[in-house]
Ligand binder design. Structure first.
Ligand code: ARG
Length: 596
């Protein structure tokens, strides 16, 4: 019974499970029936089962008659207590479920604070071990705007999976074994640089050394040869070059660590490409033995003839090149060794990779190769997902760059965000002491940057716009942070703790109260939808709509009225909205504020 279903965190799931059971016992339905329960248009109810429509179509049946039959069976099943939920038929064959005021009230009381949400949400991904590969930057290069999305999106997804009960491992797969080290070591030696003497911003200096080195290589074959020789020495374990390489990697790690701190990125392990250099031999051997890899013009490649997508001509798709002509490992061989390690060592059920859109082909090939290889060897095959994104554009709709056409440094971007936020915060609260305005500005500035990135559908490009992201109106971080601060001030004025239990609330009455309550109980659906395809903008949209429902409620219904039952229930709605907003913001990596 829905009423006795311990007020499941996600009522939608309860409805879905019940409908599946009921259909399974009904002759008119078959095994392949999926109820497809989704949040409904609030005018009609809280949840809607859409599945009958498609099912009826595929069977050539009348959808409305079939939906009517399922609805009656559901009512007779005793699984839907009319005191908890009302069922109705709609449109060409939808079934709507409207939670009763009693049910809403009970749910709001049952799921009261962040730990209750966590307990509820923790069932969504429980028992899954997920390795998340991010931010995985390349070493010896300064962080630039291109590093923003892996940090922001990666962290949000990791937090979301954690919250929903997965056991996550944040694995920073840095690019620390590339050909760039040859050039870099060559140039360091040419200029006689002592890496321990680089004091101010050593990573920026390394970046410059590399640029100078590659500029020299352009017209000088003998310098190119020197770089190649340095790379070979490094690969063969020469002590001097190994020491230089280690120092370079350390400098990079330290610089990135500072950024992670400021961005709230938490990493569990850093196992870069170099970690797998002794693990690629097994990849070559197994894939060759199993007949998946063959040599082609000196390189080792894996063909996937079953995928026409990679074909440039009509003959054969591109192969997956897993070893270079000169015998060196590459990005692909390293990634194959890495996924095996993640399954064998970390027992990953799923591996999630975060990079920009340009690496889609690589990951399709990687996943295909892994599936065939692991199936042949009877290794457990993990779920794999490539979470990719589009480009950050300037107002001219071209990739966002500095005025002189260079890539924007990430630190400069963060500094500007905080500075601009400081101006905005000062305008709003000139009376606050400067130190407090600075703290607020840090959260607002970095939060605005993150939110702008997260709230746009990640697979699309978006236009970077300071004024928009820092606005207190619209789907922005300041708008949501301000909503929380306003609720805080209600409780401050009432001298109440917003997290203390509220007793004696009467049942909901006004339309705006209902609309807000319904939005609150759709948090689990929003989390589920966000998880489905790992798209944080779904959660952003939900939070924005919730803040909107709150604002409508607040404008229509006075909170601090005399009647204690009404006052308490309105305070309860304020408190719940606050908790859901705070929970959501934290999942997105944004630090909520007491006041602003
Ligand atoms: N270092 C790569 C880059 O900057 C991203 C690595 C992504 N992870 C992976 N396992 N391939 O493009």
């Amino acid at each position: 019974m829905l009423g006795t279903m311990e007020l499941h965190f996600n009522p939608g799931t309860v409805i879905e499970v019940a409908l599946r059971q009921i259909a399974a016992m009904n002759n008119a339905f078959s095994e392949d029936f999926e109820p497809e329960v989704r949040p409904a248009d609030p005018k009609f109810g809280d949840f809607q089962a859409n599945g009958v429509l498609g099912f009826a179509k595929s069977k050539g049946a009348n959808p409305r008659a079939l939906a009517q039959q399922l609805l009656e069976a559901a009512q007779e099943s005793g699984q839907f207590d009319p005191a908890r939920v009302e069922l109705s038929l709609a449109g060409p064959g939808f079934i709507n479920f409207k939670c009763t005021p009693r049910y809403l009230w009970d749910w709001l009381n049952r799921y009261a604070d962040a730990s209750d949400f966590q307990t509820g949400a923790g069932k969504l991904q429980a028992g899954r071990k997920v390795v998340i590969d991010y931010p995985s930057a390349n070493t010896a290069k300064q962080a630039h705007i291109g590093h923003l999305r892996p940090m922001v999106i990666g962290e949000a997804i990791a937090r979301l999976l954690d919250f929903c009960g997965a056991e996550t491992l944040r694995d920073n797969h840095i690019g620390d074994w590339g050909t760039n080290f040859g050039t870099l070591i060559m140039q360091i030696k040419r200029e006689g640089i002592d890496l321990n003497q680089l004091v101010t911003d050593p990573l920026a200096q390394l970046d410059q050394l590399y640029k100078d080195g590659s500029a020299l290589e352009k017209d000088a074959p003998e310098i190119r040869d020197q770089s190649r020789a340095e790379l070979l020495k490094l690969q063969e374990g020469d002590p001097e070059n190994t020491a230089l390489w280690e120092r370079i990697v350390d400098i990079s790690k330290a610089a990135f660590e500072t950024l992670y701190q400021q961005m709230g990125v938490r990493i569990d392990v850093t196992l870069g490409e170099s970690f797998y250099r002794d693990k690629v031999e097994r990849v070559y051997r197994e894939l060759t033995e199993d007949g998946f890899a063959e040599s082609s013009e000196g390189a080792l490649v894996v063909w996937h003839d079953d995928v026409k997508k990679f074909a440039r001509d009509n003959e054969r798709p591109y192969p997956f090149n897993i070893r270079k002509k000169d015998g060196a490992s590459n990005y692909a061989s390293t990634d194959l060794a890495t996924i095996l390690y993640r399954v064998e060592h970390y027992k990953a059920d799923e591996v999630v990779y975060l990079t920009d859109a340009r690496q889609q082909d690589h990951f399709q090939q990687l996943f295909l190769t892994t599936q065939k290889w692991f199936a042949a060897r009877k290794y457990p095959i993990p779920d794999t997902r490539h979470v990719w994104w589009g480009t950050i554009l300037g107002k001219d709709k071209k990739p966002f760059k500095t005025k002189s056409g260079e890539s924007i440094k990430l630190q400069a971007l963060l500094d500007e965000a905080c500075e601009r936020a400081f101006t905005v915060v000062t305008e709003k609260n000139p009376e606050l002491p400067e130190s407090e305005r600075r703290t607020i500005a840090e959260s607002v500035g970095i939060g605005a940057l993150k939110y702008a990135d997260l709230s746009s559908n990640r697979t699309q490009d978006y236009v970077f716009d300071w004024d928009r992201m820092l606005s207190f109106e619209g789907n922005t971080a300041p708008y949501l942070l301000y909503a929380v601060a306003r609720i805080n001030s209600i409780f401050r004025k009432a001298e109440l703790d917003p997290e203390a239990p509220l007793e004696g609330a009467s049942l909901l009455e006004t339309d705006t109260e209902f609309a807000l309550a319904r939005k609150l109980i759709s948090l689990p659906s929003a989390l589920n939808l966000t998880l489905n395809d790992l798209r944080p903008h779904v959660l952003c949209t939900y939070l924005y709509e919730l803040a909107g429902a709150y604002s409508t409620f607040y404008n229509a219904d006075k909170v601090m009225v005399d009647d204690p039952g009404t006052r308490t229930r309105r305070l309860l709605l304020c408190a719940r909205t606050r908790t859901v907003l705070i929970t959501g913001l934290k999942l997105l990596g944004i630090q909520p504020l007491e006041r602003m």
